[in-house]
Design a binder for this molecule. Sequence first.
Ligand SMILES: Cc1cc2nc3c(=O)[nH]c(=O)nc-3n(C[C@H](O)[C@H](O)[C@H](O)COP(=O)(O)OP(=O)(O)OC[C@H]3O[C@@H](n4cnc5c(N)ncnc54)[C@H](O)[C@@H]3O)c2cc1C
Length: 317
Amino acid sequence: MAEILVLVDHADGAVKKVTLELLTLARSAGEPSAVFVGAGADAAIPTLAEYGAAKVYVADAPELSEYLVAPKASVLAQLVAQVAPAAVLIPSTAEGKEVGARLAIKLDSGIVTDAVGLNADLSAVQSIFGGAIIVTSKVAKGTPVITVRPNSSPAEAAPAAGERVEVAATLSPADSGARITNRVEQARSARPELAEAAIVVSGGRGVGSADSFSVIEALADSLGAAVGASRAATDAGWYPHNHQVGQTGKTVSPQLYIANGISGAIQHRAGMQTSKTIVVVNKDPEAPIFELADFGVVGDLFTVVPQLTAEINSRKG
Ligand SMILES: Cc1cc2nc3c(=O)[nH]c(=O)nc-3n(C[C@H](O)[C@H](O)[C@H](O)COP(=O)(O)OP(=O)(O)OC[C@H]3O[C@@H](n4cnc5c(N)ncnc54)[C@H](O)[C@@H]3O)c2cc1C
């Protein structure tokens, strides 16, 4: 069966859910092998094997962790030359898309970004214009490089060998152009990570203040969701910028997206329009966000959202 490489997204060996989704997706078109770059492979391999990685290529030379994305693209390019896979799947995160672009240039191959599905013939499925149009594209040149959005498909276990294969990658001077000089661990919230969350509850200018975001957080916590925000809310300093959803923020594709006090500007839609179900709370019935809504409530969010939170909490008992 054709080998498909999956770049592992991890933090010191803790494998992110999107990797497991990609391993599952890769099985629909071939036999997945994981590519692990950086430190912590021992912790990651059992999980990668559980989700179907026949092999785990490990490049863990210390210098690989010292530089930004360039070494990952180099490791992948050298592996592609060695094992001639049928395709390379990469998480469609900001970092993943940069790795993918660099890899495609190195390989002189075509790339499809932001895929939400993969067919057995290695054509990739993209969902555009708020899910109104489904595009199927196939790379016509070289080894297909495909970046796949988190939360696009389920992660299903299918135990495989997970055989560890060491990779000795050679880095070029260009790979070490930007060195990481310091790492500061971000204070962790108990909420799920925004780009990976199955449910996202977002607030916009309609929330009105930093303090009032507690209303959004309470709904998020009742659902075990991540909190998102429009740029109007982050620019106003009401919520941290790393929670911004949209063209210049994060792209999310959760099962459920609840937009509260957000008008639906094109730049906001760009980051959330592939969400599976979209619920809108807005006091203006003409707000463009209602065009995307599967379920909309015209009303003041300070009336609607606390009632919704209370109802969810009461159903949970
Ligand atoms: C280059 C560029 C990049 C950008 N990138 C992004 C991006 O990544 N993400 C992003 O979000 N924006 C981005 N923007 C900004 C974008 O154009 C909008 O200005 C922004 O999304 C508006 O945020 P908003 O919907 O919260 O605010 P508004 O457009 O002001 O909408 C507020 C909404 O809240 C409703 N409302 C008010 N009070 C209540 C209430 N009490 N209850 C219920 N509803 C209420 C109003 O009816 C209104 O619809 C970008 C803009 C540019 C030019």
